[in-house]
Design a protein around this ligand. Structure first.
Ligand SMILES: C[S@@+](CC[C@H](N)C(=O)[O-])C[C@H]1O[C@@H](n2cnc3c(N)ncnc32)[C@H](O)[C@@H]1O
Length: 319
């Protein structure tokens, strides 16, 4: 069966950006809601722990997150509609948290969160505060909402966090970051979580090109990417197929729907990044995820295989 994956049943438009001008990201809100719900589970049962996620929710989702009963119902519904997708998204967050902890221990001096959405790491990782300059890079509309929610949470915008509004499709990351005080000689960690598939191929290349050419020795990037077969709309995987149908159903009535427009063929990520100048590419496969994060009481939780995950190191750049 061929499944189309786009707003109102259209085929994905690969040369068109997925995020709508002037609208805060819906997917950023949904992933935050998933983290908020997961964080209500008991230790040992949860895939990730983001106690600030609920503070970044707005409107109806914030109300749902206040009620454990309602939250359980919504989680059950989402799992029915998109089996395994929460498992994949939440273990991704834990993996990136683990990478960030390791990179802080390695002495990173800057953290750049590309397409930050409501990522709460700058506010929940105490070790970042006063030691690491954080750049939150995101679409202006989403970032504006984020800034308001940070204010609501902390009562102020913290000094060590720099907000950089950008449209990756229309503006240059180098110009934006340099104007915001980014230092290309420092050891930097880039987090690009849940973003690459919403960008056109040229915006993906520009972003990776910036990272590889403008970060100090020992810098690295972690990101996830959709498998190409997922974009093609049809796949042999039951979970992927059901998840796509589900997203289309949920997204279709919403004008802010963001659809996947970029993917990388499964098994080719090393080559993809090596030719783009990265020096050490660690391909994180699902078997690793399942053995690392789906243990004990979490064993048996459904996990889809829509995306790949990778951590790649930046070689020394010629200045
Ligand atoms: C699924 S959300 C992920 C948010 C966050 N990284 C997380 O994991 O919770 C996708 C993010 O990508 C951002 N994004 C997508 N396309 C963009 C573009 N062209 N320019 C800037 N940001 C973009 C959205 O604003 C949104 O914050």
């Amino acid at each position: 069966m061929m499944i189309t994956f786009g707003v109102r049943g259209n085929q994905p438009q690969r040369d068109e950006p997925a995020v709508k001008e002037g609208k805060a990201s819906l997917t950023a809100e949904l992933t935050t809601a998933a983290r908020a719900a997961e964080s209500m589970r008991r230790e040992g049962r949860r895939l990730c722990y983001d106690p600030l996620a609920r503070e970044f929710l707005g409107g109806p989702l914030r109300m749902v997150a206040r009620s454990p009963l309602l939250t359980r119902f919504v989680v059950w519904l989402v799992e029915k509609l998109a089996p395994g997708v929460p498992g994949e998204v939440l273990s991704r967050t834990q993996y990136i948290d683990d990478c960030l902890k390791a990179r802080i221990d390695d002495g990173i001096e800057q953290l750049v969160i590309l397409g930050a959405g409501y990522d709460s790491r700058p506010y929940r990782f105490e070790e970042l505060k006063s030691r690491v300059t954080v750049f939150e890079v995101d679409h202006a509309a989403t970032q504006e909402v984020k800034r308001r929610r940070v204010q609501r949470l902390l009562g102020h915008l913290p000094d060590g966090v720099v907000f950089v509004p950008i449209d990756f499709e229309k503006e240059r990351l180098d110009a934006k970051l340099f104007a915001s005080g980014y230092d290309r000689n420092l050891k930097t960690f880039f987090i690009w979580e849940g973003v690459s598939y919403y960008l056109t191929a040229s915006a993906v290349d520009e972003t990776l090109g910036f990272v590889v050419n403008n970060a100090g020795p020992g810098s690295s990037i972690v990101f996830d990417y959709a498998f190409e077969k997922v974009l093609e709309g049809a796949s042999e995987g039951r979970q992927i197929t059901r998840a796509l149908i589900a997203w289309q159903r949920v997204a279709a009535p919403l004008t802010t729907a963001e659809c996947f427009v970029f993917g990388i063929e499964e098994g080719t990520i090393e080559e993809f990044l090596l030719v783009r100048g990265f020096s050490h590419v660690v391909n994180i496969n699902h078997d690793f995820f399942e053995s690392a994060y789906f243990r004990g009481a979490k064993q048996g939780r459904d996990v889809s295989r829509i995306c790949g995950f990778v951590h790649a190191t930046v070689g020394p750049h010629s200045s």
